[in-house]
Design a protein around this ligand. Structure first.
Ligand code: GTR
Length: 416
């Protein structure tokens, strides 16, 4: 790729001083770009929502293709004695695209045994392969590219997972707890959908659509991962153990950005969880606190569409902000979580995005976020837009899961 003026500029350093947050004006989600106020639900759905979705599609995450014609589901194995008898483990390959160059995404599921009927499900992507989420030796190990576990070895692009990785991310995915609470857990490895490095979009699901030059509004990796989640939802709709009207999509960090975009683009996700998603996720860009648009585009040039670079160090030019990404999910419930020490992700900016998405939730006759001020640590706000901040670092903890399960109990109690 030729370096142009935008690529070459060094991003301004990250700001961590609340006093240096620039004065900014947030766009009103209930005012059309032409200045007309949005006064009712029909106008939101038919006009304003489409306008905002189109903007995020063409200027932020990039445009994804529709559901592919070629899509099959291949059972791999199942065992009704998983997790000490609590669950049935099922592994199914979602096979996307024509046979000669199909992309295979292995879905791992734990479904509670003895459920009275189809169960709600938490669907999430993981960072290291399904084998990392539990020590269960029957989990199929990914054969796709994985990030090197050696520090500062991000350039190694042919790295493969080893046995040592089994269960290494188990603290983030408490399968037994989730199953005991009556939810299935469905997982896939994000690198099987699109390997997370800048390869010029020649691998992963991007490679299924090689025709023509890539536009500046073409889908980046976040959009590809979200599209992959929709393909897994296509599978879940066919699985009789699952109540596909109650799919909660969850993600951490870059995969939290992904779960929000998946929720915005696919209404089958009945509930959305963003764990520490930060810049390009739940955090307001215009605050420029912690990671900025320029920093993220420089570090991860493949995550967003090229058009997003227009806002590098110029967040004030953005006609949208991330509260409107949350609003695109309305009236479906969204829970946003922050961690106190995760200042890179701007916890306050994540809270404010929830708050300023709420007028849309209220127009749609839900309560939005039931807090005007940022809550204290460990004081979760439970409303249709949920929020909590806990002590500690950028991670997913049992405390976070307790909040998500309570939130889901509240909002996914029964089929709609
Ligand atoms: C960081 C990135 C964040 C966040 C995080 C992650 O390096 O700056 O935006 O996505 O990675 O996904 O772990």
């Amino acid at each position: 790729m030729m370096a142009n003026a935008i690529d070459a500029a060094e991003p301004e350093p990250a700001n961590y001083d609340e006093a240096k947050v620039p004065a900014y004006t947030l766009p009103d989600p209930l005012v059309m770009a032409d200045g007309r106020p949005v006064t009712n639900a029909a106008m939101w759905h038919d006009e304003r929502r489409s306008e905002l979705l189109q903007f995020f599609r063409t200027q932020v995450y990039g445009k994804s293709p529709p559901k592919p014609a070629k899509l099959r589901f291949e059972p791999i194995e199942s065992d009704s004695h998983a997790l000490g008898g609590l669950a049935t483990r099922k592994q199914v390959a979602v096979v996307i695209g024509p046979a000669e160059r199909a992309v295979r995404v292995n879905v791992l599921m734990y479904v509670p045994n003895n459920a009275p009927g189809p169960v709600p499900v938490f669907l999430g992507l993981n960072f290291g392969g399904n084998q990392t989420i539990h020590a269960d030796p029957a989990i199929v190990m990914t054969t796709a590219w994985v990030r090197s576990t050696k520090k500062d070895d991000a350039t190694v692009v042919d790295h493969r997972a080893t046995e040592a990785s089994r269960g290494s991310a188990a603290s983030r995915w408490p399968a037994e707890l989730i199953v005991r609470r009556g939810y299935a857990l469905a997982m896939a490895y994000y690198g099987e959908i699109d390997p997370d490095f800048d390869d010029g979009f020649t691998n992963g699901v991007h490679a299924l659509y090689p025709d023509g030059p890539r536009g500046d509004d073409a889908w980046g990796s976040i959009a590809a991962w979200a599209w992959g989640l929709s393909r897994i939802a296509d599978y879940l709709e066919t699985d009789r153990d699952i109540d596909s009207r109650r799919i909660a999509v969850i993600g951490h960090s870059r995969l939290g950005k992904t779960s929000l975009w998946a929720g915005a683009t696919d209404p089958r996700f009945a509930l959305v969880v963003s764990n520490d998603s930060g810049c390009g996720g739940a955090a307001l860009s215009k605050r420029r606190f912690g990671e900025s648009v320029a920093i993220i585009n420089k570090s991860f040039p493949h995550w967003f569409c090229k058009n997003f670079r227009q806002y590098d160090d110029h967040e004030e030019r953005l006609p949208v902000d991330q509260h409107e990404l949350i609003a695109l999910i309305a009236p479906r419930p969204v829970h946003v979580a922050s961690a106190e020490e995760d200042r890179w992700a701007d916890p306050r900016g994540e809270f404010l995005a929830c708050k300023f998405a709420s007028p849309v939730y209220r127009l749609l006759e839900t309560d939005g976020l039931a807090a005007e001020e940022m809550p204290s640590l460990l004081q979760p706000v439970v409303s249709t837009v949920g929020y909590h901040i806990r002590p500690g670092k950028h991670d997913v903890t049992d405390y976070d899961w307790q909040q998500y399960l309570t939130f889901a109990d509240e909002h996914l109690k029964e089929s709609r």
